[in-house]
Design a protein around this ligand. Sequence first.
Ligand code: FAD
Length: 411
Amino acid sequence: MNTRLYDAAVIGAGPAGFTMAVALASTGCRTVIAGPPFNSDPAQPDTRTTALLRGSVQLLKNIGAWDLCRQHAAPLNVIRIIDDTGRLLRAPEVAFDSAEIGDEPFGYNIPNTALVAALRARAGTMNELDFIDTAAATQIIPGTECVHVTLKEGRDFSARLVAGADGRNSLCRKAAGIKTSGWSYEQMALAFNFEHSEPHGNASNEFHRPFGPFTTVPLPDRNSSLVWVEAPDEATRLLALSDTAMAQEIEMRLQGCLGSISNVGPRAAFPLSGMKVDKYAAHRIALVGDAAHVIPPIGAQGLNLGFRDAAVLAECASVALGKGGDPGSKETLRTYNRARRKDVTSRMLAVDLLNRSLISEFVPIQAARGMGLHLLNGVGPLRRLFMREGLAPKSGLPELMQAPAIPNATS
Ligand SMILES: Cc1cc2nc3c(=O)[nH]c(=O)nc-3n(C[C@H](O)[C@H](O)[C@H](O)COP(=O)(O)OP(=O)(O)OC[C@H]3O[C@@H](n4cnc5c(N)ncnc54)[C@H](O)[C@@H]3O)c2cc1C
């Protein structure tokens, strides 16, 4: 039997992978996505939520997936930053309100499981998209005309372009010969959801503590998600607490902010680390999501970057196909490489600096951070510029993340 040749293949069926596959298929690219079903290991449930910023929400609208996400997501209208370092030089409390920069919320917060389920449901309605449920892609061999992929079960296919969305230990990245450099922080993030007695008012609360931020982000009704960054020893202690004891710890840290806490969900811990690549694409393989960049979960940037990777790559592939060309050509990959470098590098740097400024014991750095927050608090134009910058790269968003990008798409 002949091996099937696709325009594009996506390896990895996580949030970046499914977004990539649906975006490619939306632009008319014959696409296959292959990977294990997301969140299929009951011993390690994905407890993460993602605060999807405006451009990411617009992308989901443009590719017809937002209607399936909306009921599981809560709008994010206010971001409150509270200095809880207990240090001598303390910054003022700052509140960023999305109403200052337009009618739309900053974004929407959604559990990763609900996001992937919605994307998968959308994928199921698209003729241009095949989904192969596999334990793993085990062999990825780039050639001059296409990339050959073999799955663990023995099945195989070829594609002119492969999007590697197979996470931080990406096999696609190795196959493309792309080099990485990585680093780690002496911090661990706990991520889980909980219920509270007081309404959250669509606000996120970010308590800046000596070992990292403690951030609640709204979910539908009286629920919020929590990303709690701590020193590894303390994180290990917290993980072992009973649900009741954990609820008490959260209540104490929140200083009464959301009332009494109950229904603490399953918890997971993520050691904080970073990883960057020397290029984003080579040999017909382009990296998207955590395969291309890993950053600490601070400032809700990780998957939003992954969405921008997906939107840019889908556009590059569709432009190439529109000209009757090759979506995996050197020229297409060069355009993708160029388009992603600045955005990814600047976000990685900003998140790294923010994290280090929080945990630094160096008084001048603490003073500079406090001064920055003072300025943001007091100077409206600066605050608005900061909010816009946080939402989108200076160079602007790809067309697929702007409204309306695809006529007749579900919104
Ligand atoms: C606590 C926490 C909170 C976060 N909050 C936010 C937030 O608010 N906003 C934000 O933008 N980002 C956030 N992030 C970052 C975000 O969660 C990640 O960037 C995102 O989940 C990465 O998605 P991905 O699809 O690239 O990778 P993954 O989720 O790792 O998915 C990779 C997929 O590839 C599959 N795979 C691996 N190897 C193979 C193979 N050989 N063959 C086939 N499939 C394979 C895996 O099974 C997996 O399904 C947070 C991260 C953490 C840790």
